[in-house]
Ligand binder design. Sequence first.
Ligand code: FCB
Length: 465
Amino acid sequence: MKVTFPKDFMWGAATSGVQTEGNFEKTNKSIWDYWFETEPERFWGGISSAEVCETYQRYEEDVRLMKEIGMNSFRTSIQWSRLIKNFETGEIDEQAVRFYNQYIDAMIANGVEPMINLYHFDMPIELQEQYGGFESKIVVDKFVEYAVACFQLFGDRVKYWATFNEPIVPVEGGYLYDFHYPAKKDGKLAVQVAYNTMLAHAKTVQAFRGLQLEAEIGTILNLTPTYTCDEQPHNKLAAEYADLFFNRSFLDPMVKGEFPAELVSILRALHALPEYTEAEIEIILNAPLDFIGVNYYVPRRVRARTTAYELDYFTPEMFFEYYIEEGARFNPFRDNNEIKPVAIYDIAQNIQHNYGNIKWFLSEIGIAMDLESEGAPIDGVVDDSFRIALLEEHLVQLAKAMEAGANCFGVHNWTFIDCWSWLNSFKRRYGFYRLDLETKNRIPKKSGQWLKSIVENQGFEYNDK
Ligand code: FCB
């Protein structure tokens, strides 16, 4: 059967500044630079965020490589810690402006639509140490100033903006589960950071509207659907709790303009409501978006707790526990990663029926492999057919959802060139191109050629075995 997509569909890939640029000519540090300096043993292979794709130097080559595999769009992020030279005065770094201008211009000249994200997990360390990052509302306003600078500098050419990538992840990693700096464990503080992030997002959207650019603004959410083990009410309730904390927490205020009442009551009962004002709530609930991006990798499987909750601070797991579904499929190349393509269909249905069918795109879908499983290149090309087959399975679900009315306008693969991924560094590879860590050479993979043919044919022939 032929799986088809619209003619003007966006096809491309996503990455972020920290994960690709390298630290060339950067005067300030993000929390990632700092964390590696202080605790390098936390990072896979002892490899830091300085050792990445060197995009800062090689962006021209990279944009050519985008074109070569048919990409018509690409998301990356501006690094706050690169663009702003002085966080007190807001002084802009001219080298950074030159770089981002040239990078963006090169994309446009090659028919690649730039999508620019403003925050991809990368708090400047100075703002983290001085104010506590998004623990503080001072930093909320500094973020908005930075965002406005971006709109003013690049908004004449960038038509798609995103405020945050997966805004809940720094909350989880930095304040609950110890995988982002500052690695605190404090449920109440986590809620405050989530709330302040929402406020920063909404104030940014408001400022964007004020500038009246000919461009759209959205945000990128990791809307992992929640599944449970059976129809028993306590398990279904556990799944609803997980969904409340991890999906509806950001999605409902940002898209529906309301906070889920159940979440508010839970947080109130836990004495974990954030410090807020009515004026701020007004702003948060009145910042409609033009689109959302959805990142999807693996489903979430939860059920009612079968064991006592033992942590001495609040986390969402007070209300559920994770389990492994018997008979589920797993990616043998990435420990315990469940494969569930139908989740794409479920996400699409949820947006269509519960979120006003807002315009969205699949902003990250990624199939993790490691170097060994991808193997050595054959005639100069890495054979990642395993990845292609899985991407196709997911796209079949997307096409089905679109036939049923999903308002989806594109797909971005995570990622373009294998990039550095936080604590996992280079443990897992996802790119259309391999990065040779020694030489920094880019080596084509079959999946890049596959993308090109999809774009040319508006889809692919699928053998449903
Ligand atoms: C996503 C992040 C991205 C990358 C991939 C593997 O959750 O948005 O930065 O690390 O996972």
